[in-house]
Design a protein around this ligand. Structure first.
Ligand code: ADP
Ligand code: G6P
Length: 489
């Protein structure tokens, strides 16, 4: 930012997200170790470098005692992170309940929980109350650390109530909010009991951002249809006040992956993997173990492919790496056993004494192993039933400049809009179509693979996380200046 006297300074950015980039593991009364958290939000935010950023969020653990809180605050401070302490009950009602059992499935078109209607209504009320309370706790921490001129950037469906809380503290705060999931059609959002209150709180922000133009359009329609406000090409207007709404497609730090491929540990892993799977084509899935990732559908499509292509038995292996996530939510527990059951059945059916067709790992891989896996893969399978963007598809492309493997990509992932021309797009619900795409990908000629990869690689290396953040923050600064000019007129 350039000041009037011509000197420049780095603008301070307060990044507020439920999940901090690092999660804490307690090692003793006052000692903690910090591990990188999994998920697209963290991956993208770690790629954002050129800001004077402070992170505010939850460290993923309950810390009831003061000694622990003090020690963790100190450990996080070294990483420029500021914790928000949430107790067990709040985490249960806000994070497991309202965020991950209600908003997450709804925003991914899986609907609201339907088990017992009356019980659901009651839990809605208490969970929404906890959601608001948690958002207020985030606001309190932001307010404590806020300095005039800071930009406050709120992230994701956990914090839809935050812009309103922040503006109540200080109407001059520059507040942006970005959603990392899809925003569904207004017909879906309408079913949510707290639909209006959530929209109104988001509208308190100065700038509201989404991954794709479609999500932004759905949000504006929800505001016009549900709240009766005016939608304009710029955003949503309420009694002369404009909330700017726009698309800001996210990216990754592609160079970090490209550079890692040259390192010794990655080269060693690549060598091991090549020896281990010599003579077989490698197919890869990397996902959080989440309903929206379409993991059972993907595995069933692979089974269909094996069924129809006996020539490929023993010549192809599917590596599915699925890191467990949100394990206190019952739907996620059910998914884990469902996936294990399907994998066991298929390996029993198509395995031999020396090889199995599917290697399924329920765990997170470290960065170097992940890069090596991406690099040796012939075909990546990203078959999300819905996905805000999906950064795994970007990471795979970044690591494939030597091999030029094929990406099979769900048309319901935001990434289909950027990598569509290079990938084979599929409807993940259509198992026969996905099975046919696997055959197409495995048989694809090198010149076509090269052409498709070029397209994807160019996109991933030019639309980076850094560029995404710079565009959002500069748009937020401009939006606030324009609003000030409008009120002066
Ligand atoms: P989401 O945000 O829904 O998890 P994305 O595909 O956008 O989906 O981002 C997932 C991020 O988490 C990626 O950066 C990916 O590398 C990481 N990740 C997912 N599964 C694993 C795993 N099993 N091991 C290591 N990292 C993983
Ligand atoms: C998605 C969400 C993020 C979240 C991540 C991991 O990417 O958009 O907000 O951090 O999943 O999920 P978790 O519940 O572990 O934070």
């Amino acid at each position: 930012i350039e000041r009037q006297d011509g000197r420049t300074f780095r603008q301070r950015l307060l990044v507020v997200a439920n999940r901090l980039p690092v999660s804490a593991v307690r090692r003793g009364e006052d000692s903690w170790s910090l591990e990188i958290s999994a998920g697209g939000l963290v991956t993208a935010l770690l790629g954002v470098k050129e800001f004077e950023a402070r992170w505010i969020g939850w460290a993923g653990v309950n810390v009831p005692d003061e000694i622990g809180q003090r020690a963790l605050t100190k450990a996080l401070d070294e990483k420029r992170c500021i914790p928000v302490f949430l107790d067990e009950e709040i985490v249960h009602q806000y994070y497991n309940g309202y965020c991950n059992n209600i908003l997450w499935p709804l925003f991914h078109y899986l609907g609201l929980p339907q088990e017992d209607r009356l019980a659901t209504t009651r839990s809605f009320q208490s969970q929404f109350a906890a959601y608001k309370k948690a958002n207020q706790m985030f606001a309190d921490v932001v307010n404590k650390h806020y300095e005039e001129g800071d930009v406050v950037w709120c992230h994701d469906y956990h914090l839809m109530f935050l812009p309103k809380c922040l503006k109540e503290y200080n109407s001059n705060m520059k507040v942006g909010w970005f959603l990392h999931t899809p925003f569904p059609s207004s017909e879906i959002h309408r079913t949510l009991p707290s639909r209006s209150e959530l929209l109104r709180s988001v509208l308190a922000a100065d700038l509201v951002g989404f991954h794709t133009y479609d999500y932004a359009r759905h949000f504006v329609s929800a505001c016009t249809r549900i709240l009766g406000l005016e939608g304009t090409p710029e955003g949503v207007e309420d009694q002369g006040r404009l909330t700017r709404v726009a698309a800001f497609p996210i990216g990754i730090d592609a160079d970090r992956f490209i550079r890692a491929l040259e390192t010794h540990p990655v080269q060693e892993h690549i060598k091991e993997l090549k020896e281990r799977f010599a003579g077989r084509k490698v197919m890869l899935g990397v996902d959080r173990l989440d309903m929206i990732k379409g993991i059972p559908q993907k595995i069933l499509a692979f089974e269909k492919f094996l069924e129809e292509n006996p020539d490929w038995h023993d010549k192809v292996v599917l590596l599915q790496i699925a890191v467990p996530t949100r394990t206190d939510v019952p739907e996620y527990q059910k998914l884990t056993s469902q996936v294990h059951e399907i994998v066991g059945r298929i390996n029993g059916r198509f395995g031999t004494l020396t090889a199995v067709p599917i290697h399924h790992l329920d765990r997170s891989l470290d960065f170097y192993k992940l890069c090596a896996l991406y690099a040796v893969t012939d075909v990546a399978l990203v078959t999300s039933l819905r996905d805000g963007m999906n950064l795994v598809s970007y990471e795979f492309v970044a690591c494939q400049d030597a091999k030029k493997g094929v990406l099979i990509l769900s048309e319901f992932a935001g990434a289909a809009q950027s990598l569509g021309a290079g990938a084979i797009l599929v409807n993940p619900w259509n198992i026969i179509e996905v099975a046919a795409s696997i055959a197409q990908a495995l048989n694809m000629q090198p010149d076509e693979r090269e052409k498709r990869h070029r397209h994807n690689f160019l996109h991933v290396t030019t639309h980076t996380a850094q560029e995404w953040a710079e565009t959002f923050v500069s748009e937020l600064n401009d939006t606030v200046v324009e609003a000030q000019l409008r009120t002066r007129q």
